[in-house]
Design a binder for this molecule. Structure first.
Ligand SMILES: Cc1ncc(COP(=O)(O)O)c(C=O)c1O
Length: 390
């Protein structure tokens, strides 16, 4: 059987591949610590789990409206009021299987063949293949460690062509953890809007920003540019519900309609009981996050301090749960790139990390610190020993 050119042209997800490798070694009895996966290590709040159980006991297993139950769309709309003082209509919100499917749907309904999407590197691994699968052209644009990996207007300006259609921004960022200031995020988006672009703001980590830093959102700007901005969010990271697959989007109603049409022909509504849990999450208490942020911040500090002692340049992560140190000083004639270094770390130190090349920067690696502190300390010690052997 000959597979399609379309599927042959894209790679599998590098983060999931690395994690699968680590799991395989674990199953063989190796004492592997995985710092590779993008998943919080806390539990979802009890009221969310209870809502899920109640939905199961109520036999809530039927097909539901494709974009989500009315109460869920309303809860999604109210999220933007609660955190960003913007009140959308429910028809400006829809739910898909994770932030991932939201982004997939967006590219599918917005892109025509050959249209370009500007993707600042380092970028989340799935943006380029998703753009390709929609027939678009991913155009990777550089950011620099010296600028904390923040995109500059200058770079943006120099990257525009007559085919540029979309700019994607992601704050806090996966893989760097860098969190834009509200002013910076707005000014980048405003510049793109002035040039006629559509802006996608991937805000899936907005609840995981460490004070005094604050999350930045394009929700306010969206009010005046409804059909030119889409805001992507999900319960995956903030509520530790990665496997429940709940993502949502805020954008203009006609775009929601198009995405609904697409989703109606692919997977229909997201899981029925997940919708009930999501209503509980979005309408319930968010205060449990304060403790989780605190814990993550301590681990962030521990990791940063450690990397600093190793002399590794690392952008300052004020959100998410990743660090993205530059490791090229450890490259040698055998370990010539980030993939070789990560393979060495897996084999020698028994720690799984993700090569920076997967995010468009071969000089760095991504380390997730969303693991218990004692495990993190062990992993960092192993990292140090293995790097010092080079
Ligand atoms: C930046 C970014 N966007 C979107 C997603 C997709 O998240 P979800 O699990 O909700 O599909 C992820 C997950 O790793 C991510 O890091």
């Amino acid at each position: 059987m000959e597979l399609s050119q379309r599927i042959l042209s894209i790679p599998p997800s590098a983060t999931l591949t690395m994690n699968a490798k680590a799991q395989e070694l674990k199953q063989k009895g190796e004492n592997i610590i995985s710092l590779a996966v993008g998943e919080p290590d806390f539990s979802p709040p009890e009221h969310v789990k209870e809502a899920l159980i109640t939905a199961v006991n109520d036999n809530c297993f039927q097909y539901l409206p494709v974009p989500g139950l009315p109460a869920l769309r309303e809860a999604g709309a109210n999220y933007f009021y609660r955190f960003y003082q913007v009140q959308p209509e429910p028809q400006e919100i829809m739910f898909s299987n994770g932030g991932k499917q939201v982004l997939y749907n967006l590219f599918q309904v917005l892109l025509n063949p050959g249209e370009e999407v500007l993707i600042p590197a380092p970028y989340w691994v799935s943006y380029p293949p998703m753009v390709q699968l929609a027939g678009g052209v991913p155009k990777i644009i550089p950011t620099y460690l010296e600028d904390n990996f923040e995109l500059s207007i200058e770079t943006l300006k120099n990257s525009l062509t007559e085919n540029t259609k979309i700019l994607i921004l992601n704050s806090p960022s996966n893989p760097t953890g860098v969190n834009y200031s509200q002013e910076k995020l707005t000014s980048l988006a405003q510049f793109a809007l002035d040039k006629g672009l559509f802006v996608i703001s991937d805000e899936v980590y907005d609840q995981l920003v460490y004070p005094p830093s604050q999350p930045a959102s394009l929700a306010r700007l969206w009010q005046n540019h409804k059909d030119k901005i889409a805001i992507v969010n999900a319960l995956s990271k903030s509520f530790a519900l990665t496997g429940l697959r709940v993502g949502f989007v805020l954008t203009a109603a006609p775009i929601i309609k198009a995405m609904t049409k697409l989703q109606s022909q692919s997977c229909s509504n997201i899981c029925s009981v997940a919708q009930k849990a999501a209503i509980a999450a979005l309408t319930g208490d968010f205060s449990f996050l304060e403790g989780e942020r605190q814990k993550l911040k301590q681990r962030r500090d521990l990791t940063l301090e450690f990397l600093k002692d190793l002399g590794l340049k690392t952008p300052r992560p004020d959100g998410a749960f990743y660090v993205f140190p530059e490791v090229k000083k450890y490259f040698n004639s055998h370990l010539t790139n980030s993939t070789a270094l990560c393979t060495y770390l897996l084999e020698r130190a028994k720690i799984a990390t993700v090569p920076g090349i997967a995010f468009g920067d071969d000089n760095c690696i991504r380390i997730s610190y969303a693991v218990p502190t004692s495990v993190l300390e062990d992993a960092l010690q192993r990292l140090k020993t293995a790097l010092n052997e080079l």
